[in-house]
Design a protein around this ligand. Sequence first.
Ligand code: PLP
Length: 370
Amino acid sequence: MADRIFLSSPHMSDEGYEREYVKEAFDTNWIAPLGENVNGFERELAEKVGSKAAAALSSGTAAIHLALKAAGVGEGDIVFCPSLTFSATANPIIYQNAIPVFIDSDYETWNMSPKALEEAFEKYPEVKAVLVVHLYGLSADMDKIMDICNRHNVTVIEDAAESLGTYYKGKHTGTIGDYGVFSFNGNKIITTSGGGMLVSDNEEGIEKVRFWSTQSRDKARHYQHSEIGFNYRMSNIVAGIGRGQLKVLDDRVAKKRYIYNFYKKELGELDGVKFMPSNEWNEPNYWLSSMTLNGKVRPIDVMEALEKENIESRPVWKPMHMQPYFEKYDFIGEGMSEKLFENGVCLPSDTKMTDEDLERVVNVIKGLWR
Ligand SMILES: *Cc1c(COP(=O)(O)O)cnc(C)c1O
């Protein structure tokens, strides 16, 4: 059996940058949830995306949780959230005892539909915060979304977990709303094995998040707590991996784009195939090359044929309003996210793939049309 081709797996730099930073942490015994790598990673990531401040945390989920808390979201508050996303976007709303209202996608972006968002504001004018996701590294239509949110004066949190390296009209995703979230989980475009970052121009907000993430210890000699705390800080080892990975982010984006263009050229003309939209205002990181199938060949056919050849692929996210846990919450839209789920498939987009690997994938898929 040929070697397995993965959807998206960790890819350390050839230069060994990550090892250097981690070695430094070992050599100085800074094996702790603080240290020069944590500070350095925050500084370097904030600079890369063009944000004033950043807090390094244990996961992207933790970053979403503390962003909601910073936005003042608490018990019984309503939060708008795209339905078509990974559950990690929605779960922290529940951690805060708040109420998600799921918003449909639009066809042009696969992301939050401005039209459905407008409707949601009419139904729930008291909404406390809006979570926007940039799915698969495609940016949402932020001008339209920000325009609506600004009119209602509501905090916007961008879940940019999948979109590090993606720009919307020249601005990095995650820096357009009030808070931006990045993830360094194993399958993301760069990884630290696990970790997250919250960015914002609100330096006070980020300072507060650092405070909450280290158990909310008041400035006192003894241990004193006036607020609930969390153990959400990133470790200095993990941050060292992140600093090294950040140096190769541009290379990873270039390779992801190469993969997307390869697939599009080879498969884009097949009957019923439509690749994920890359609008002209969108500079995606192409984290996962994805397509919809509207003809005879179904996503399940593609996934089964690839699996037989030891190649990983997967469906587009199952919408939150269709999930057993979340289906009791309201959904605003016309079923676009359901259609994307039914017709969508994510192709292997691992940056370690060779041209030979890419040929293997497209040959299996083309075979289904013969
Ligand atoms: C990966 C991911 C997260 C969660 O990040 P973790 O670091 O795994 O907690 C959140 N939202 C989206 C859209 C993701 O893909």
